[in-house]
Write a protein that binds this ligand. Structure first.
Ligand SMILES: NC(=O)c1ccc[n+]([C@@H]2O[C@H](COP(=O)([O-])OP(=O)(O)OC[C@H]3O[C@@H](n4cnc5c(N)ncnc54)[C@H](O)[C@@H]3O)[C@@H](O)[C@H]2O)c1
Length: 415
């Protein structure tokens, strides 16, 4: 008989609900538990799971209570970035007290707000003897997986390995106020979204037959800017939206960032990753784009090049929504529709991989070590942007470095 596992979610917001919706395509696991500090959110997510028939989750009052429950075998950490360490410490304490029968923990991006936090996550998971998965959904996008397979099998096999990968993630800005606050989130758009882009580009460039250590990062050159949200009109919008808490006149976070990461492979070949991210892109909605280029070939992905499009004339009116695409910006005109966002963005394939790995007692292919590597690259990116120069990797003091934006001290208009 195939073993089934019970999964508990910590945090029941936007991201957890994406995971729950993806679960209709995940076998061998049920969503058996939810813990959120906000009980209404927990109830909303639990009822979504019941409606979709992906579990009948119990709502727990604490992380410890959830770990101790015999119906919980694995935990998905989907609470905000500033709760990572406290949540992981509580899981590990409960395991060390002999509670429950946990096999593994999967954690959303970013693994930590800085290298010290990400290292702490790795240490804690090892100490508890748990399997660990790093939830970087973009690696599991069917187009990324299929594109990588084809390019390496045909193009690289015949003409030589790819040398350049580009990845970008752009939308009009995050959905919860805490994302905008550098001290809570760990940075601005570079920390929030470039974590995806650096990792998916690195993944595309890595020979499928070799480990990630076959590529060595050698230099990072990054730029961070605030292009839109520090303008008075937009800073006021953020202030009102956060009941006065966000102060983008004095304490902004970057809403635009780009980085070039230079790698060498195990044969000494130079490889380049180019990433670009923004919270100031106003198009139909979230746009993820990736490219992989080699000597005689290329591939490209753009999630807004959808096969389904709808058109609404100016006489069609209705409420603003996100029913066509994540971070949707308009309701009329010619609009792209992503048919199955959980699949397009990689959530269902990611969750199948994590579940199967935990059932088989294997470490997931994307795990906390990868999350730590991503954080190391991003922090080097912040160093580069702050010092306005290329930084050799790994730089000294990487472990203790905290970006100015994460200390509430970054303000490009005050330079
Ligand atoms: N993979 C992706 O593309 C992706 C997309 C969105 C968010 N995320 C990540 O997922 C995490 C959650 O983001 P979100 O968009 O769901 O945020 P959100 O603000 O929509 O939801 C967060 C939820 O966590 C709850 N919460 C706060 N503190 C908690 C605690 N200590 N314990 C339990 N619950 C707590 C809040 O009440 C809220 O319901 C973040 O780390 C974010 O970076 C990843």
């Amino acid at each position: 008989m195939t073993e089934r596992i019970g999964v508990g979610m910590i945090g029941a917001g936007f991201n957890a609900q994406f995971h729950i919706r993806s679960w209709v395509s995940v076998r061998d696991a049920d969503i058996n538990g939810i813990f959120d500090r906000n009980t209404e959110k927990a109830q909303e997510a639990a009822s979504l799971a019941r409606v979709l028939n992906v579990g009948k989750p119990k709502i727990f009052n604490s992380v410890t209570e959830m770990v101790a429950d015999p119906n919980i075998d694995a935990i998905w950490i989907c609470s905000p970035n500033f709760t990572r360490i406290e949540v992981m410490e509580e899981i590990v304490n409960a395991v060390e007290l002999g509670k429950g029968k946990l096999k593994g923990v999967a954690c959303e991006k970013p693994l930590g707000r800085n290298v010290a936090e990400a290292k702490k996550m790795v240490e804690l998971v090892k100490r508890a003897g748990l399997l660990d998965g790093y939830l970087e959904n973009q690696l599991f996008e069917p187009t990324v997986q299929r594109g990588k397979e084809i390019i390496w099998k045909r193009g690289a096999f015949s003409a030589g390995r790819p040398y350049l990968a580009r990845a970008a993630e752009e939308h009009g800005g995050p959905h919860s106020p805490w994302f905008w606050e550098g001290t809570l989130q760990g940075g601005g758009v570079m920390n929030d979204m470039m974590c995806h882009s650096v990792e998916v580009a690195r993944f595309l460039l890595t020979d499928p037959a070799k480990p990630r250590t076959s590529l060595t990062p050698v230099k990072v050159t990054a730029h961070a800017e605030n292009l839109k949200w520090q303008r008075p009109h937009y800073a006021d919008i953020l202030k009102n939206y956060s009941s006065g808490k966000l102060d983008y006149f004095n304490r902004p976070a970057e809403d635009y960032a780009r980085a070039v990461v230079e790698y060498v492979d195990d044969a000494g070949e130079k490889l380049i990753v180019e990433t670009s991210t923004s919270w100031c892109y106003v198009g139909a909605g979230l746009r993820l784009s990736m490219e992989l280029l080699g000597p005689e070939y290329s591939m490209q992905i753009n999630t807004l090049d959808t096969d389904l499009k709808v058109f609404f004339s100016r006489d069609v009116s209705g409420k603003a929504g996100e029913d066509l695409v994540e971070k949707q910006n308009a309701e009329i005109g010619l609009m792209p529709v992503v048919g199955n966002e959980e699949n397009t963005y990689g959530y269902d394939v990611e969750n199948r991989h994590m579940v199967r790995s935990f059932i088989e007692g294997k470490r997931p292919l994307e795990n906390f070590e990868d999350g730590l590597n991503v954080t190391e690259l991003l922090m080097t990116g912040y160093m580069s942007a702050e010092q306005e120069k290329t930084i050799a990797f790994p730089p000294p003091n990487l472990e203790t470095f905290v970006p100015k934006v994460a200390k509430g001290e970054w303000n490009p208009r005050r330079k």
